[in-house]
Design a protein around this ligand. Structure first.
Ligand code: ZN
Length: 423
């Protein structure tokens, strides 16, 4: 026990009072608090009965650097992640220049290390195609070697099934999987509004949920045929959930994610042309929300991600059709989804899987299960804290969230990374 550097006392793990012991940046023990372990020379921290959670992992963010630093940069994005409870953050390749070569990947990693040397850790996702144009494959081997943990054309669909198949094969040769942004490109891509009675009433350009499901079906069939894994990004509707359930039943190597906003909001939120609720894929119906929650609880949907997509205020303050898609999510994701656990809409087990073991398992990232030797990345969470979402309360430069003005429940009170208190 002499190497123990930190003891966090009196934390609540589920319903149990525990002490967390940390040695050399790793978990040394999770001990019942009643034992009052005496550890000489270690720093002591009283958790005061707050909830203990492993740090979360977000596999889908847009940190905008290089090229769009007025929306977000790697330093501010990781700051939002740190205060939002995340230790691992994957960032998409639709920067300028696009992350389709090792120079950009290395620049991203260097920015992360210099701004946040103790974490959160950044894991870039490399572009699947040069310039995200879906014409020519990006140099996936070079990108993997530089540190890209997955590949994606996120933001833009890949129209050609043959191109996508080659990309899956080449990525898997590098031990990486493809994350697909599923959108049938001939059906009003990026409309940001669900096609149905609401869009009809308002006369809005809209996209049907089959635009997503059609690409989901293609990807599932390819994964099943090739026996190569594919990961489906930001699933938003019941039709896709049913296809994924079918794929998993027959053992196709398919994993899938959804985002907090698809579990909490419907198309009605965008009915008044509110650009804060314009997101791609669009917010769907109440029936879709129920299907997604059931799928997340059962494991048909594997993980949660934020799809953190910060934009500047002036970009969203335009007509709905001209506004960019996206919601700033790193600051609010934990509070929003923990509230679903409190309301018994989401099980605690599914919450933990969706934000920790699930994503780390799929993409091979370090995870804390509170077992001896795990990285000592954990939070003390105050479920009783109340806070209002205001532009000032968000660490991200992106204030574009439909939850602005909401009073949320639960907040990160302390965040330890590698056993060091960062928040
Ligand atoms: Zn996307």
């Amino acid at each position: 026990m002499s190497a123990v550097q930190l003891v966090v006392r009196n934390a609540l793990w589920g319903k149990k009072k525990v002490d967390v012991l940390v040695a050399r940046g790793r978990i040394a023990a999770l001990a019942p608090a009643v034992r009052k372990t005496r550890v000489d020379g270690a720093e002591e921290f009283d958790a005061g009965g707050l909830a203990l959670l492993p740090s979360l992992t977000d596999c889908h963010t847009h940190l905008r650097e290089p090229g769009f630093e007025y929306k977000e940069d790697i330093a501010s994005g990781l700051d939002a992640a740190l205060h939002g409870g995340f230790s691992n953050v994957m960032c998409m390749a639709n920067t300028s220049p696009v992350n389709d070569n090792a120079t950009v990947t290395e620049l991203m990693l260097e920015k992360a290390r210099s701004a946040h040397p103790g974490g959160p850790r950044l894991y870039p996702v490399g572009a699947l195609s040069r310039g995200l144009k879906a014409e020519e494959l990006a140099p996936l081997a070079e990108l993997a070697q530089a540190g890209c943990v997955a590949f994606s054309n996120d933001g833009l669909p890949v129209p050609s099934a043959e191109f996508f198949r080659r990309a899956m094969e080449y990525a898997w040769d590098q031990g990486r999987r493809v994350i697909d942004h599923c959108e049938e490109p001939s059906m009003n891509p990026g409309a940001g509004m669900n096609e149905g009675p609401v869009s009809g009433r308002q006369g809005m350009t809209a996209q049907p949920d089959v635009a997503e499901a059609a690409q989901v079906a293609r990807d599932i069939l390819l994964a099943d045929y090739l026996k190569i894994p594919v990961h489906l990004a930001h699933i938003s509707c019941r039709r896709s959930v049913e296809l994924i359930a079918w794929a998993k039943e027959r053992g196709a190597p398919v994993t899938a994610e959804t985002c907090p906003h698809y579990l909490l909001l419907t198309e009605e939120r965008a009915a008044n042309y509110d650009t804060a609720a314009k997101v791609n894929p669009p917010l769907r119906t109440g029936e879709d929300v129920e299907a997604l929650l059931a799928a997340l609880n059962s494991g048909v949907i594997d993980i949660l991600v934020t799809d953190h997509a910060p934009h500047a205020a002036h970009e969203k303050e335009v007509e709905f059709d001209r506004a960019p898609c996206g919601i700033s999510g790193l600051d609010t994701a934990l509070s929003l989804t923990w509230d679903l656990v409190e309301k018994k809409r989401l099980s605690r087990e599914a919450f933990l899987r969706a934000w920790t073991t699930g994503p780390c398992g799929i993409f091979g990232l370090p995870v804390n299960r509170f077992q001896v030797g795990d990285p000592a990345d954990f939070l003390l969470f105050d479920p009783a804290a109340r806070w209002e979402v205001t532009p000032e309360s968000l660490r991200s430069k992106g204030k574009n969230t439909p939850f602005l003005g909401s009073r949320l429940r639960g907040r990160v009170a302390a965040h330890f990374l590698g056993g060091k208190k960062k928040v």
